[in-house]
Write a protein that binds this ligand. Structure first.
Ligand SMILES: Nc1nc2c(ncn2[C@@H]2O[C@H](COP(=O)(O)OP(=O)(O)OP(=O)(O)O)[C@@H](O)[C@H]2O)c(=O)[nH]1
Ligand SMILES: [Mg+2]
Length: 443
């Protein structure tokens, strides 16, 4: 996610750290690098200009120049300004009282509205809510089918509009709202039609839906792969129907991402979630400060910890922490951790959230791709208990046997063992032991 921008910005910070003292001249060089990085990532040029001016003003302040570690100061200034561009504080999704809250999703064709309806319904259900989804597309009655399939797959209630209802949409919308109220649904999530371009007929339709349903949130769903077009259409939707917030989709793709990231600043509407994959659990709450830290390579430990807390078995985590402290980490534990990582989603995504550099550098370089987790599991399954507990005894002939048993090449068995020993080595470092001293207490 946003790798290119992230790499470039980290280079700027590294350049400044290498300079020691901040002067007008090296700051101007750093600002040039920052500007290029942002523009190449497709960040809106006006946003870049403001950003640059603010950094310049703050970084060349005498207090910063005289401080003990000016580069660190500038990094903080850049992070704060980036956070500002991304929309200041995290804004939560608004729920209405009395219920039901109505979330209306709007956006261009193919931006991900229908998929995001499913993701959002899935997400609110985790908050113990009782969502209802409905698709309002007066031009394309078949649009209902896609949302119906998604809701069936997720076991989320779906309100199906009959042909008769489609013929009198105002009455139909009133029926939907009444149904949500009577059945105690909250929120009502409304999918709408998309067009290739913003056209007046669609805007008319959306205004009518908005007027009758009085949505708590009108959410613009923007495809981050479409660059500045997404920003422009967000502005148009804001002008023509009025928005309350934004969800960015496809941030998992290899888009330059900068356009999407200027969206909050250009429209003045907060980004509340980002879509990071096609599956329905690939929706992340958007936190501007965490995203800024992530982009600058400072890691996003908070999201990581929250993910782990949501998915990890606490008892197991505690046992694991104890083992780490005593450095009794066996291949069996290694396997358990791989399974845990699999539960937390993509491993590469996970590694990206760790702060780059420092002691995690080698871990990120381990480059275990997600498919490999499955292979590694198979390899460890082919070992005897004794081998798992004492990996040192795994000789050449044992390696060949394990390779045969797991159906994986011997080179992969070697790779797994190498990574395992690397990890063990890292755990012995005092820095690592200090970090894990904050993990759950051992009993
Ligand atoms: N990789 C990735 N794909 C996504 C994401 N969100 C949506 N998609 C994909 O984008 C495509 C279009 O998604 P839809 O949800 O059908 O888009 P839509 O806005 O409802 O499209 P229309 O109803 O035709 O206007 C589908 O193939 C989705 O799987 C995301 O966050 N990441
Ligand atoms: Mg759709």
């Amino acid at each position: 996610m946003l790798d290119q921008l992230s790499n470039r910005l980290q280079k700027v910070m590294k350049f400044l750290r290498g300079e020691g003292k901040i002067t007008e001249s090296n700051m101007s060089e750093a600002l040039k690098m920052l500007r290029m990085a942002l523009l190449e990532a497709d960040v809106n040029y006006k946003v870049v200009k403001d950003f640059e001016a603010k950094i310049k003003e703050k970084a060349l302040d005498q207090k910063v120049l005289d401080s003990l570690n000016p580069a660190q100061h500038v990094t903080k200034i850049v992070r704060d300004e980036l956070t500002y561009i991304l929309g200041h504080d995290a804004k939560k999704l608004e729920f209405a009282s009395p219920s039901p809250s109505v979330f209306m999703l709007v956006g261009l064709q193919g931006s991900g509205k229908t998929t995001t309806c499913g993701k959002l319904a899935n997400w609110v259900r985790d908050l113990q809510k009782n969502p209802l989804v409905v698709s309002i597309d007066l031009k394309r009655p078949a649009a209902q089918e896609q949302l119906k399939m998604i809701s069936t797959q997720l076991s989320i209630p779906f309100y199906e509009l009959s042909k008769k209802q489609m013929a009198s949409p105002k009455k139909a919308l009133e029926d939907v709202l009444k149904n949500a109220k009577n059945q105690n649904h909250d929120p009502l999530i409304v999918d709408t039609a998309g067009r290739l371009h913003v056209d007046e007929e669609l805007m008319e339709e959306l205004r009518m839906v908005k007027e009758i349903l009085k949505p708590t949130e009108v959410i613009f769903v923007g495809d981050s792969m479409t660059g500045q077009d997404a920003v422009k259409s967000a502005q148009l939707f804001e002008e023509k129907i009025g928005l309350t917030s934004i969800i960015l989709t496809k941030l998992d793709g290899d888009s330059r991402g900068g356009a999407a990231l200027s969206m909050a600043s250009v429209t003045g509407k907060p980004i509340k979630f980002v879509g990071v994959g096609e599956k329905f659990d690939k929706l992340e709450v958007f936190h501007p400060d965490r995203m800024a830290s992530r982009i600058l390579g400072m890691g996003d430990m908070l999201t990581l910890i929250e993910k782990a807390e949501k998915q990890a078995d606490l008892k197991e985590a505690e046992e694991f922490a104890q083992k780490l402290r005593k450095q009794e980490f066996s291949l069996e534990d290694f396997k358990k951790q791989l399974v845990q990582l699999k539960k937390m989603g993509s491993l590469s995504q996970f590694l990206h959230m760790l702060p780059s550099g420092g002691m995690f550098k080698n871990v990120s370089n381990l480059s275990i791709d997600d498919k490999k987790i499955v292979y590694f599991e198979a390899i460890i399954n082919s070992m005897t208990k004794n081998e798992r507990d004492n990996p040192k005894i795994i000789s050449g002939s044992r390696r060949a046997r394990i390779a045969r048993g797991s159906g994986r090449p011997a080179s992969e068995v070697n790779q797994l063992l190498k990574q395992f020993f690397e990890m063990k080595k890292m755990m012995k470092k005092s820095q690592f032991q200090k970090l894990i001293s904050n993990l759950p207490p051992s009993r």
